[in-house]
Write a protein that binds this ligand. Sequence first.
Ligand code: ADP
Ligand code: MG
Length: 395
Amino acid sequence: MTHASVPGVSPELLHRATARFAERFPGPAPRVAVAPGRVNLIGEHTDYNDGFVLPMAIGRAAVLAFRARPDGVLRGHSVAFDETRELAVDALSAPGGNDWLSYVAGVLWAFASEGRPVCGLDVVVDGDVPIGAGLSSSAALEMATARALCAATAAPWDPVPMAKLGQKAENRYVGMNCGIMDQFASAVCREGHALLLDCRSLEARPVPVPAGASVVVMDTGARRKLAGSAYNDRRAACERVVAEMAKASPGVRALRDVTGEELEAAKPRLHPTDWRRASHVVPENRRPVEMAEALQAGDLARAGRLMNDSHFSLRDLYEVSCGELDLVTELARRHPACFGARMTGAGFGGCAVALVREDAVAGFCDAVLSAYRAKVDLPAALFPCRPEAGARILE
Ligand code: ADP
Ligand code: MG
C-alpha cells in the first residue's frame, strides 16, 4: 500500500498502525479501516432539542488495522495505551466497560444485538484525533470498527444504520449518553462538504464549504470534564420549558417546536434561568440552516457572524463556555482574516472553531497561537482542517 497517497489520513499514522500490527500479530498483512473525527461548525446543544447541527469530518482519524480470526476472539492492541487485550465475541454483554477496547467490543456487541454477522478479529487501534478534546475520537473509533467489521464479514456498508449502531454501542455498551451527531458525521460526511443534519428526522444534506474559506480548529488545551451535572442541568432546563409550553400548545414536543415569539410570550411563566437557557436553544436550532444557506451562497461574512452569535449565546445565555474558549475566540476575531469564531462541542474546555480566509490561514494560526500562549500556559494547538470523507476501507 502506498500510504503517501491516501487523502485525509496522515501517512505516518498509517505506517505506525500497520507496522505495529506486523510486530504484534504476525501473519498475513492486515486491511485498514479509517474513520474521521469531526468538528461541529454550528448548532450547539441542539441535538437533544430535536434541532439542527452542521458537523464536518476532519483530517484527523481513527485507524484500525485488522484481520479476521476464525476462532471468535477479539484481540486488540492500542498504540496510544500500549496494551494488548482479548475478549470472546460471543460472551459480550452490555453494559461492557469504558476503556479503549470497549469502544471496539461495543460495536461488535451492537451488531450482534441486531442479528448482524460478527466475527473474531485481530485489531491494532491507532489515531490522531486528540482524545477528549471534543473532536469525537470515540465516534471515529466506533465507525472505523463498524467499517472493519462490515469488510471482514463481507456485509454491505450503509452509513446511516452504521451510525445508529455506533451510537447504540456508546450509549448501551460504553454507557455514555451521547447524541447521534458524532457517529453520523464520521460515517456519512463527503469530501469538501459539511453535513446539515436534522436531529429529529435524521435527514442530512451535504453543504459545500466554499473555496477561499478555511476551517481552523483551535484546541485550548483545557480539558475540564464537562461536569455531568452541568450537562444534565441544561437538559433538564430545556425539558421544563417544553413541559410548560406544551400545557398551552400540546404540539410542542421539544424546543424545536417553539418560536422566539412563543418563548417571549411564555417568559412570565418560566423560571428566569430556564428562560435564558431556552433563549439560547431556540435561535441556535435554526442557525445551522442559516449557516448552510450562507455557505451555499459563498457569503462568508454572514457565516462568520452566525458563528459569533452562537458563541455569545453559549457564553451568556447557556453558560457553557470558559475563560480559555472566550479568550481564543476573541483573539481569533481580532485577526483581520477571521470571519467568525465560536466554541464547539459541549463546552467548559476543549476546542473552538474559526472560519478564516484561506490565503491567510498560516499567519492566522501563528498569530492567534502566540497571543494565546502569552496568556495561557496549556498545550494549545491550532490546525486548519479540510472537509474529509467519512469512514472508509483503504484498498
Ligand atoms: P472524545 O471527545 O475524543 O470523543 P471521549 O471521552 O468520548 O472523548 O472518548 C475518548 C475515549 O475513546 C478514549 O478514552 C479511549 O477509550 C477511546 N479512544 C479514542 N481514540 C482512541 C485511540 N486512538 N486509541 C485508543 N482509544 C481511543
Ligand atoms: Mg466522544
